[in-house]
Design a protein around this ligand. Structure first.
Ligand code: RNT
Ligand code: ZN
Length: 423
């Protein structure tokens, strides 16, 4: 189906031979990879800044470090940077917006007042670029979240304010789904928790369950919007207690038929999410992943081609879950070129998925079924040396995207011509 460029032809042909000897169809793997959509998180482009005019502290335990020049300061700049990044990532992807990236025309539109009209430009842009949109209510960077509580707040009126925000976000998500013909995943993450040992762990959780039920009260077709909830073990400022913990949201998602969002940085630092995927998908039809890289804590480092990432990709692909797992990126690094940060993370994830698609899974499972764990381990190690790089380069070129590290020259050019002009 693909026409290889001459220079990749030989390496690719040799790679195909190696894979085919193991019973793996490279063609099938490439076709499947081309249908994967990764949701690019808008917030890498401006250090989780958003476009509101309140000027509130980021808060919520979210910490962005670095001061690399040239960050996007307007919606048009952010879109230009996204276009640059998307042109260097093979395949058709999605954009994940946060509510405070609406375009409010300089007016102080509060979170309980936002509506689809504030996202008209985003919808138009997504249409033009044939991108799906995903969404997130923003429960931080706001005076009403300054004490670290939102949906679980003890004050009724603050809770009501945030419930209204959540409701409006689902409506906006549905409008995205309607306009673009692909359901929007609207993901709720709240920062609520305590730095130190609470006297009452129960009441905030009761309030959170009630608030969520109020947000989800109105049925919305899953063809337009899918609701997700994102748990966390601890955060900066919520080291002792997070209201929306894993047990809380797993139970919530199963009983309310919501998607569970597994963020790779939201667990104990030695815990990985790869083993959780086939666990939770026994009981949930679909999940959302926030593919991230925690270093010692939920540090949201740029996703790289780590063992953890490969294990995540492997579990999704080997179990046939590609259609049940929504893939989103979640990190923010302000110490390097922000466009490159998107490109590196997205390409690493896609490459990990390709390696997983090239795994001789049937063969490994047959060995396991025979009880030959020696041969299983030996083959797992052999597979690591197979020439997936040549297949990846081929995939990039066949999708009109630079192969290897040549994409960086484009980012450098954009930095020189566009980013350096920004104040
Ligand atoms: C925070 C969560 C959440 C955020 C974004 C900005 O710990 O991971 O997903 O990163 O909503
Ligand atoms: Zn996340």
């Amino acid at each position: 189906m693909h026409k290889p460029k001459r220079k990749l032809g030989r390496a690719f042909a040799l790679a195909c031979e190696r894979y085919e000897a193991l019973g793996v169809s490279v063609d099938l793997a490439l076709r499947r990879l081309a249908r994967v959509h990764v949701s690019l998180h808008c917030w890498q482009g401006d250090d989780v800044g958003g476009f509101e005019s309140f000027g509130a502290e980021l808060g919520g335990g979210l910490a962005v470090t670095g001061n690399y020049p040239g960050k996007a300061r307007t919606p048009d700049q952010l879109r230009a940077d996204l276009e640059m990044a998307l042109s260097l990532i093979p395949g058709k992807h999605r954009l994940n917006l946060h509510a405070f990236y609406g375009e409010f025309g300089g007016k102080p539109v509060d979170r309980d007042e936002i509506s689809t009209e504030h996202f008209r430009n985003w919808i138009g842009w997504a249409k033009k670029n044939r991108l799906g949109l995903d969404f997130n209510p923003t429960y931080f960077a706001h005076p009403k979240a300054a004490d670290g509580f939102t949906l679980a707040h003890r004050d009724n009126s603050i809770r009501r304010f945030w419930i209204e925000h959540g409701r409006r976000c689902r409506e906006i998500g549905a409008a995205f789904g309607q306009a673009l013909g692909t359901p929007c995943v609207t993901n709720i993450w709240i920062p609520d928790g305590y730095k130190d040992t609470p006297a009452d762990r129960k009441s905030p959780r009761e309030r959170l369950a009630e608030s969520l039920d109020a947000i989800f009260q109105k049925p919305i077709s899953p063809r337009l919007n899918l609701d997700a909830v994102e748990p966390k073990l601890f955060g900066i400022g919520s080291e002792s207690y997070v209201v929306g913990s894993h047990e809380f949201y797993l139970g919530y998602a199963i009983t309310r038929k919501k998607l569970l969002c597994l963020d790779a940085g939201h667990f104990h630092p030695t815990e990985t999410i790869s083993d959780k995927i086939s666990g939770v998908l026994q009981f949930l039809p679909e999940i959302l992943l926030h593919v991230s890289r925690g270093l010692h804590w939920d540090s949201d480092h740029v996703v790289t081609f780590t063992d953890d990432l490969q294990a995540i990709a492997r579990e999704i692909v080997a179990n046939g879950y590609l259609d049940r797992v929504h893939l989103g990126l979640d990190y923010f690094d302000a110490s390097i070129n922000r466009v490159a940060a998107w490109v590196i993370g997205a390409r690493s994830l896609l490459r990990a998925l390709l390696v997983a698609l090239l795994e001789p899974t049937e063969h490994l499972r047959a060995l396991e079924a025979e009880g030959d764990h020696t041969a299983r381990l030996a083959l797992q190690e052999e597979v690591k040396h197979l020439p997936s790089g040549a297949v990846w380069d081929y995939f990039c070129e066949s999708r009109g995207v630079p192969a290897g590290g040549t994409w960086l020259a484009e980012v450098k050019r954009h930095e020189k011509q566009v980013l350096s002009e920004r104040s």
